[in-house]
Design a protein around this ligand. Sequence first.
Ligand SMILES: [Zn+2]
Ligand SMILES: [Zn+2]
Ligand SMILES: [Zn+2]
Ligand SMILES: [Zn+2]
Length: 330
Amino acid sequence: MAEIETHPKYSVIHFATAVELILKARLMREHWTLVVERASDVTLDDFLTGKAKTVSQADAIRRLKNACGENIPSDAATQFGKIAAHRNRMIHFFHEAGRKEADGTLTEEIVKELCLSWFHLDRLLAEWSDQFDAFQAEIASVDKKMKGLRTFLNVTFERLKPEIAKLKKAGTAFNVCAGCGFEAAAVEQVEGMLFEQRCQVCGLGETYLEIPCPAKCGTMLHIEAEYGSNRTCPTCEYVVTADDLAEVLDTEVYDPSDFHTPINCAYCSSLGTVVQHHEIFICTECLERDVGAPTCEWCNEAQIGGGDLEHSNYTGCEFCDGRAGWMKDD
Ligand SMILES: [Zn+2]
Ligand SMILES: [Zn+2]
Ligand SMILES: [Zn+2]
Ligand SMILES: [Zn+2]
């Protein structure tokens, strides 16, 4: 952060390295061999003396998922990949930002990248608070400094102000962006209570549900449409359940004499958690959504997240092994 204006190149290089180290630190909490590229060839001594080659960031993210059950959201993985690519360019080639002093535009660009990366990293650190308990004070202090960086984006915001004012006048709503803190996230209604916003200043995008608090405290809740997102009402602290979500989101009209087929979710492997919300199908557990909910030709269960299930008679789906599995058993 201190290097942004004076040594922009090093600012990006150091920040990207820090991101990678934190991902590896989480892996190390599981076991040190997870950080090493080829664990079978390495002794603990090699590792401790720095002789072992460690995994790439992309592999670290894969191992976090496979070995630690930590699913890094794809937006976060993309952003971390972007800043890593940035760093590599700067290390290996001449790069614009390599000049000693940065001009205003360049600083803005770098700050944007850092703010976005920090947004995702900060969330992961909050999720991993049990892993990095001893560092809570340091993390809070970094967060404070990172938020201070946002002042660099004032210029961007000022530049966009007339455009934002115009859009506002035309009816577009703007939310305060969680990445940069400016009221610059243009809101678009996707379907019913499902909205999408994208920040004009830093580019952070988010899909979320807007529902009234089921505990009837009068608060309009903003729930990020992502697995494991925060579902606690900030006013009355009621925790929204999957059943509450089904209640408000389900727009399907049932014929009481008809048997209602439950719809499963292949994204999070949950049974019967999907409801129809106007033109889309949404899982009340992980909040993933699809435009259709096809039925598996083998087990006859409807689901989202399983693709078009075209050859499901043979291959089956997330929830069954199809004819192929049945023949194998025979
Ligand atoms: Zn923003
Ligand atoms: Zn409430
Ligand atoms: Zn789901
Ligand atoms: Zn099936």
